[in-house]
Ligand binder design. Structure first.
Ligand code: ADP
Ligand code: ADP
Ligand code: ZN
Length: 217
């Protein structure tokens, strides 16, 4: 199964992708996680990316396309993959189409999480992210078993530098301008599936699984 999870910051892409990864045994490919890993190594890419990410901007298309292109060649993508946070621009979507054509791995579906933008600030300011494995939690909606510690790996949970209210506004604006048009792009390709992202986490998961089983049969 080869799918994209689409939706604004805080829609639940990472949360749902991690659950789908477990359920279907295919990798979650999160460009945000890969960029944050590069930031931690303080590579030249990481240093450049951090400035852009902290301001809520988008890292240049050629960089993220390169990262995804390399990642898709890994053995674990043979059975499929879940793209989370990529593509984010029409140019990225066009490049992805080319890459997948080359690899002979056409997409099965694009799941678009439908959310109320007003609810997203609370989701993002309450999000806590593991510094070691990148897993996301929420202080109210998805709390870790132990305060401040990742339930999966025991890593420390932090508030991401870009999950502050000033930056969130900019990320939402950029989403509306550059990423929202991807809904029409994939609808035109007959791949788009709308799912209500405002229900609780497990209900959203069930809705995605149901929708995918319909689209794959
Ligand atoms: P995205 O990857 O789209 O930015 P996340 O999956 O990280 O979004 O979710 C953002 C925050 O909202 C996280 O703290 C997560 O625990 C929480 N969250 C995710 N899905 C839901 C939901 N359906 N209801 C309430 N909170 C949610
Ligand atoms: P969220 O899950 O809240 O939407 P991500 O973790 O996906 O956030 O991304 C965090 C930041 O990383 C983005 O605001 C952007 O700066 C950068 N980034 C991630 N994916 C991409 C992408 N596909 N294109 C450009 N920048 C990206
Ligand atoms: Zn962890």
């Amino acid at each position: 199964m080869k799918i994209i999870l689409l939706g604004p910051p805080g829609a639940g892409k990472g949360t749902q992708a991690a659950m789908l990864m477990e359920r279907f045994g295919i990798p979650q490919i999160s460009t945000g996680d890969m960029l944050r890993a590069a930031v931690q190594t303080q590579s030249s890419l990481g240093v450049k990316a951090k400035k852009i990410m902290d301001a809520g901007g988008l890292v240049p298309d050629d960089i993220v396309v390169g990262i995804v292109h390399d990642r898709l060649q890994f053995e674990d993508c043979q059975k499929g993959f879940i793209l989370d946070g990529f593509p984010r621009t029409l140019a990225q979507a066009d490049s992805l189409k080319q890459v997948l054509a080359e690899l002979d791995k056409p997409l099965d579906a694009v799941v678009s999480l439908q959310v109320d933008i007003d609810a997203l600030v609370a989701r993002l300011t309450g999000r806590r992210t593991c510094v070691d494995c990148g897993k996301g939690f929420h202080l109210q909606y998805d709390p870790p078993t132990q305060d401040g510690l990742c339930s999966v790996c025991g890593g420390r949970l932090i508030l991401r530098d870009d999950d502050r209210e000033e930056t969130i506004r900019n990320r939402m604006k950029i989403y509306q301008e550059q990423t929202a048009p991807l809904e029409d792009y994939y609808r035109a390709e007959g791949l788009l599936i709308d799912v209500d992202g405002m229900a609780d986490i497990s209900t959203v998961q069930q809705a995605i699984v149901m929708a995918l089983s319909g689209s794959l049969s």
